[in-house]
Write a protein that binds this ligand. Sequence first.
Ligand code: ASP
Length: 323
Amino acid sequence: MYRLLIAVVAGLLALASTAHGQAFPSKQITLVVPFAAGGPTDTLARIMAERMSRTLGQTVIVDNTTGAAGTVGVGRVARAAPDGYTIGIGHWSTHVVNPAVYQLNYDVLKDFEPLGLIATNPQIVAVRNGFPAANLQELAAYVKANPDKVTAGTAGVGAASHVAGVYFEQKTGGKLRFIPYRGAGPAMQDLMAGQIDMIFDQAANSIPQIKAGKIRGFAITAKTRLAAMPDIPTVDEAGAPGLYIAIWHGLWAPKGTPKDVTAKLTTAILEALTDAQVRERFAALGQDIPAPAQQTPEALAAHHKAEADLWWPLIKAAGIKIE
Ligand code: ASP
């Protein structure tokens, strides 16, 4: 009886310590990617997951929970148990644009614990091989002359790929036909197969395909060219001045995840970002890794808030709606 009691007490103590995160992580961690496999967010998530697994001593598995421009996956993280075993990756459009477009049942600023800001990349305006335009100006002229004909793949209404397209329409006076996918991964497959005409896609997704000659890149949505793709002009150089979009990715845990748990996750993120191999892979994908002081949870929270304040009025004014 006495032995049994001791065993029960020991068991309860072990449970309590796990509940308080002392033993964290004692099993695999799920990193929710709110877009399809093979896309830009998925690519970055897999690089991070692999390296974070080493620091944490447990596998970080990537789970693609897709749909509605990332709102399904981000919602899943918001409602997950706040124990550190379900975390999420998101970016400018999931965590800044979506609340201005969708009625969400979570609050991007209040329902998450920020873990770290990982990298930023611009987009590349890319077209299928064989599309009748040789540069951005010709593309803009063609779109204007053929309203509602040129098909642009997006990762859903309000995804970065869609917002950039609306921005392009406003700058050039043309009208595109947007084709939504569950992520830029499948949209890219269709672009390479010639099923759609163009995409406004994160550099991470486009660079490998442009290098392989499977699509053509006309412009970078930034003030400066990308070191990984120096031949592609900026939007300013190519004829759509000011069409800047910078998509930053961050990682979050559900609100209420204990501090000692989030601290371990943050350490794994920061370690990954100092790893030479990770940095090399990110650089090849056009990713700009922020300075260490800008990678922290506090820096992510501040950047997130500043971006929301900047973009919410602009997105609302642009009238992006779920059709
Ligand atoms: N992040 C999306 C993806 O990974 C792309 C987008 O937001 O446009 O597919």
